[in-house]
Design a protein around this ligand. Structure first.
Ligand code: HEM
Length: 284
């Protein structure tokens, strides 16, 4: 098996090494914080939170690779998608290992809790999907399954994304700001793929499409937030929408989604301008 920092031809890749370092660093930082006594109260719970957060973040980043590759015109990005996906699975494994440790490794109790608590059942289903995708992510498995069957199987990543978002929402209880941001960005990525499947990579990666997607995801996030608090605490729908315009309650999730999706448009514009200039210089 090829070391993760090596290219297919066996040469050392700084890009792959940097991404490897980046995906490992949250784990190293959390371990360092644990040993330095940063978590005086319920340290295992803090580790469960950190590993859960990094599972969902890396899962979303792995889903963002295709839109970024196409809209940033950066083909090399695809070479690290597998590494990011496998890292998401590794954090998910740590997440459930620490959950089991928190339950004194009483497997009977853990299995019972997963069967009884719906948010754990949903998280476990997401974990099983990530496991199946990680196990079939090697070059050998791609060959054995065949490109089409492999691609069909790996579409389950979208189901894992939905389940992970639901698990995140359900366990968050009071403050759902970060789950809302994650859900808003997940929606952006799903809408991007829909356009890509229905038309082309060119159309999906066009600046106007990206800008439209950003605005749509922002509005959807604001509406989801209002709907969530309306159904959960009976809060009037418009009362929850209002802080999105006044900033009285700090920066709302919809604004974070707008900030991130606008940054994507700016980077895409810069990259596309750069590529056009390079092409013009090459043909001159
Ligand atoms: C791919 C699968 C999973 C993902 C993406 C995921 C993600 C998350 C996230 C983001 C959090 C919240 C962290 C925070 O609020 O800072 C969390 C919390 C938690 N997760 Fe998961 N999780 C997954 C699977 C599981 C599984 C399989 C279990 C156990 C059977 C589990 C048990 C928990 C527990 C106990 C909490 C903390 C709940 C609390 O005490 O408030 N998760 N997870």
């Amino acid at each position: 098996m090829r070391a993760p920092w090596r290219e297919r031809n066996g040469s050392f890749s700084w890009f792959r090494a940097a991404i490897l370092l980046a995906v490992c660093s949250p784990g190293v930082v959390t371990a360092a914080q644990y040993f330095a006594g940063y978590f005086p109260v319920r340290p295992i719970t803090e580790i469960i939170y950190a590993t859960g957060l990094w599972t969902i973040r890396l899962l979303m980043i792995s889903l963002a690779v295709t839109p970024f590759r196409q809209s940033f015109r950066w083909a090399r990005f695809i070479t690290v998608r597998r590494m990011i996906g496998v890292a998401a699975f590794a954090y998910a494994v740590l997440h459930i290992v620490f959950y089991t440790a928190d339950n004194m490794f009483d497997l009977y109790k853990v299995v019972g809790e997963i069967a009884l608590r719906i948010y754990l059942t949903i998280g476990f289903a997401a974990l099983l999907i990530l496991g199946a995708l990680a196990l079939t992510s090697t070059d050998g498995m791609v060959k054995r399954l065949g490109g089409k069957a492999w691609a069909r199987l790996h579409r389950w990543i979208y189901a894992a994304g939905v389940l992970a978002c639901i698990h995140y929402f359900m366990q968050s209880k009071q403050n759902v700001s970060e789950p809302l941001v994650v859900a808003g960005l997940f929606l952006w990525m799903m809408a991007y793929r829909l356009i890509y499947w229905l038309s082309s990579a060119e159309r999906a990666g066009a600046l106007t499409t990206l800008a439209g997607l950003g605005v749509t995801a922002t509005l959807a996030t604001a509406l989801c937030e209002a709907a969530y608090y309306h159904f959960k605490s009976n809060a009037p729908f418009l009362r929850v929408l209002e802080p999105n315009l006044t900033f009285h309650a700090g920066i709302r999730p919809a604004w974070v989604v707008l900030g991130i999706t606008t940054t994507i448009v700016i980077v895409a514009a810069w990259r596309q301008w750069q590529r056009t200039r390079e092409a013009a210089l090459a043909s001159a």
